[in-house]
Design a binder for this molecule. Sequence first.
Ligand SMILES: C[S@@+](CC[C@H](N)C(=O)[O-])C[C@H]1O[C@@H](n2cnc3c(N)ncnc32)[C@H](O)[C@@H]1O
Length: 310
Amino acid sequence: MSNVRPLPTAEPRTPVGKAHPPLDLDELLAQGVMQGDAANLLPRLRPDSVDLFFTSPPYADQRAYSRINPDRYVDWFLPHARAMLEASTETGSMVINIKNRVAASGSLRGQRHPYVYELVLALQHLGWRWIETYIWAKPNAMPGRFGTRTKDAFEYVYHFAKGTPHFDLDAVRVPYKADQAEIDRRKKDSLGRRSTEAGFGRDRTKTYLKGGADPGNVVSVPQTYNQHKGVAHTAAMPEGLAEFFIRCMSPENGLVIDPFAGSGTTVTVGRRLGRRAAGFELHDEYAREARRRIAADVADDLPGEAVVLG
Ligand SMILES: C[S@@+](CC[C@H](N)C(=O)[O-])C[C@H]1O[C@@H](n2cnc3c(N)ncnc32)[C@H](O)[C@@H]1O
């Protein structure tokens, strides 16, 4: 038996949902998180209306709320991605937090399952431009028994864009490593442009005029195990992760949609940052909980905790 799976096709094998009446955006924003199936609700978003889709879709076959077999993950996801592409503005992005897993059965049993990589290629074939792969590093990853592997201490966050995306690097700059005395000295440096260990011909006088250092694409945010802190969802993401991507990849007052909203982290953080944010959630219980959280803006961790490495 072959140990390798065929590459994904661009065309989804499952049909895209039939036409639905457009969603009333005011109603969606009033609800915050609308209960329903993203497969039906995404095609109802108006074309060219969404600035950022930021989401952590259900993981393959891992949690009680969803049973999507990793072998069928790409087929399952593609109709959603097609609808998001349609609804995205020309500067819009789709940012997906997704986790690797080990194949539990079949010819790949015991190996890393390739569904994440298959999905990325399929999305690119579909027309989403693959801009960057970020690593969400978890400094507090849970210990456990992982056999021939170390513990899972990161997840992927893939950035796709419809065209040239909105990208505000200044919104996510990180503190300079140099101390204030060194920063002040460099600002006055009369021989700014010269070759240094840090680079050939770099103008070092301007380095410290940007308000912060360039962040890297490894974003370190502690995982919040917040089922003990009043948020019952078992897979809620930390607010600091949502904050980094929303700040950087959506304009102020932009429309941010999370089609798999869970406990409403994206919507809560998005609104706190002055975005029009809303989401969809299949399970009524989670949708209600999300609405309660958004209304109360219950923070399980403080925004701004993201530490960008590199
Ligand atoms: C990984 S969780 C998202 C967690 C979320 N980022 C948070 O911070 O709470 C994925 C969510 O997608 C929901 N879901 C699964 N299938 C769905 C569908 N077809 N439409 C909408 N939501 C769905 C699940 O119920 C689950 O709450």
